[in-house]
Design a protein around this ligand. Structure first.
Ligand code: SF4
Ligand code: SF4
Length: 343
């Protein structure tokens, strides 16, 4: 990312009453069958065109979005992904997700992206292939990491913490960060949606993944906070770690959800919701007229008191997103700023 883009993004992050984070599930297509996910079972070939996505991105920028996460399905399965990424990186800090199967085949499309997040959940081949439910997934992902790093593409690891790999998280973190690869984290969660018209289903309930060893989870938060003192490649803030710790130690939520306030999600058909667990609240193309509407204000009030999920990205966006929290994030992450700047 150039210095100019960093400066523009920093200035936009200080504007009040705007959503700063958006996740766009641009396709439902997926070639994996992860045991904790519903998406692969609910394939839909319909999706927005390239031009519609570009128009949507203009609207998101205008609305205040500074960070765009492009996910799916596997977004790299779209033929027009190069064009979408180029358009996104000119406007946002852009992260693109991949399950590890596609990025090495799309190198040229990934040159400008700020972060390519590869999902790797274990250093053990069998465990990872079991979680992804695809033989060869681990080998694919590990080779892809190597290829991207050689090609100088900003690869990072997205690590989902679950009961299955809870005791492995520190080792996985050390393994990749020792290779100068950043690691960020998701928390295994599943949809406990009470809204029958939820936008799309992601997390599937799976007994094996549910974190039951709460003491180990609390200890992991302490371990990561300690490791962070000397390891700038660990991309989780102390504020988040403290929030997770209090969730597991005392079952206490230290945040109010800021769905449809500091963040929003968009599905493959261009429908918007505060988060994927709730009914869509209009099309992305109507966002400008809806953002300050009575309807959206009522939804925000409802979501503020919602405690239905513990998806880490939503916790993150709820803890950060206002100008003052963005500043505190910048302060904590200042030493990591070089990760965003062009090599
Ligand atoms: S978690 Fe991602 S890679 Fe796995 S099935 Fe779901 S959408 Fe596909
Ligand atoms: S807590 Fe927030 S992100 Fe989670 S289901 Fe409720 S409104 Fe959605």
């Amino acid at each position: 990312m150039g210095v100019r883009k960093v400066a523009t993004i920093a200035a936009r992050s200080l504007i009040r009453d705007k959503p700063h984070h958006a996740q766009w599930l641009i396709t439902k297509k997926c070639n994996y069958k992860c045991l904790g996910c519903n998406v692969w079972e609910e394939q839909d070939k319909n999706e927005l065109s390239t031009e519609e996505i570009k128009r949507g991105m203009d609207i998101l920028k205008e609305a205040g979005i500074i960070e765009l996460v492009i996910s799916g399905g596997d977004p790299l399965l779209r033929d027009d992904i190069g064009e979408i990424i180029d358009y996104a990186t000119e406007r946002f800090v852009t992260t693109v997700y991949d399950n590890g199967s596609m990025a090495a085949k799309k190198i040229e499309n990934l040159r400008k992206v700020d972060f390519v997040a590869l999902s790797i959940d274990s250093l053990n081949e069998k465990t990872h292939d079991y979680i992804k439910n695809v033989p060869g997934a681990w080998k694919n992902a590990m080779e892809t990491v190597e290829t991207l790093q050689k090609e100088n593409i900003k690869v990072s690891i997205s690590l989902t913490i679950s009961q299955i790999n809870l005791n492995e998280i520190a080792d996985i973190t050390n393994y990749f960060t020792n290779k100068d690869i950043s690691v960020w984290y998701a928390l295994y969660s599943y949809d406990t949606t009470q809204d029958p018209n939820q936008l799309f289903r992601i997390g599937k309930s799976n007994e094996e993944f549910i974190i039951k060893d709460k003491a180990a989870m609390v200890k992991l938060c302490d371990t990561l906070m300690e490791m962070k003192k000397t390891n700038k490649r660990i991309l989780i803030t102390n504020r988040i770690l403290k929030a997770i710790k209090s969730l597991y130690a005392e079952e206490k939520r230290t945040w109010n959800c800021k769905a449809l306030q500091s963040f929003l999600v968009v599905d493959h058909l261009g429908r918007i919701a505060g988060c994927h667990n709730h009914t869509f609240a209009g099309s992305i193309f109507d966002l400008p007229k809806n953002w300050k509407s009575e309807k959206y204000n009522t939804l925000r009030e409802k979501y503020k008191n919602c405690t239905q999920c513990t998806y880490l990205c939503y916790i993150f966006y709820s803890l950060y997103g206002t100008p003052s929290t963005n500043l505190s994030l910048a302060k904590e992450q200042w030493k990591n700023a070089s990760l965003l700047l062009k090599k």
